[in-house]
Design a protein around this ligand. Structure first.
Ligand code: HEC
Length: 204
């Protein structure tokens, strides 16, 4: 083969690869908004967000199942939280107690209520009167364990497993955020945490 011909073959091969790369970048590589939401739902379903953020109802044989009508709406306003004494926890060999719908937990950190993750304009994870939730704030909250993702915010309390979720990639957290935006907004004003210094524990 002539040198010129060889060069032609190499170059046309190279161009072919380039064309393929451009094709993949343009079409195969770019996930659609729908794909991203689908991935977000998948991640939320397998990472257990419903366990705490979707109130449970009684399922077959008394086992709790998520109440689909309150998907990720957080601790339902007005549902009582556990009352205990430090002795109760010790005597029962437990660190924490959960409320009747698994959306509130009481332990040495006080009482923490699972947040409303739906995009309700007044009470959810949206541009509300008291805080403007953004994708960035959401990612920072999960990454840093700080309330609202603010560097000077209070610590996000247990049992929110942010120390595990902080290892998620930006891409995955963005997908979760995109899915949460598509939820049915549910009006539910979740209470502020009760500090351990003002224990809800019944006085002895
Ligand atoms: C084991 C229970 C539990 C699981 C599982 C859980 N959360 Fe939470 N989450 C909580 C509790 C409780 C709070 C409230 C903590 C507080 O008030 O400091 C919370 C708070 C939050 C907050 C608000 C943080 C802030 O700025 O105050 C976000 C956002 C959040 N969770 C997202 C998620 C997502 C997304 C998932 C699934 C990937 C998830 N949570 C799984 C219990 C849980």
């Amino acid at each position: 083969m002539h040198f010129k011909h060889k060069l032609f073959y190499i170059m046309s091969g190279g161009l072919g690869v380039l064309a393929l790369q451009v094709f993949f970048l343009l079409f195969a590589g770019s996930a659609t908004a729908e794909d991203i939401v689908k991935r977000g739902k998948y991640l939320v379903d397998i990472t257990g967000c419903h366990d705490c953020h979707t109130p449970m109802k009684e399922g077959p044989e008394g086992a709790p199942v998520p109440d689909e009508t309150l998907l990720l709406a957080g601790h339902p306003v007005g549902v009582p939280y556990p009352i205990w004494t430090p002795e109760d926890l010790k005597n029962r060999n437990t660190m924490a107690m959960f409320g009747p719908q698994l959306t509130v937990a009481a332990g040495p950190w006080g009482v923490s209520f699972a947040t409303n993750l739906t995009p309700d304009k007044q009470t959810g994870m949206a541009d509300t009167d008291h805080f403007k939730w953004t994708e960035e704030a959401f990612i920072q909250a999960i990454r840093t364990g700080k309330h609202h993702g603010q560097p000077n915010g209070r610590d996000i309390l247990p049992p929110m497993p942010w120390p595990a979720y902080k290892h998620a990639t930006d891409e995955d957290l963005k997908a979760i955020w995109a899915y949460l935006k598509t939820l049915k907004p549910i009006k539910n004003k979740v209470p502020e945490p009760v500090p351990p210094a003002a224990p809800p524990a019944k006085k002895e």
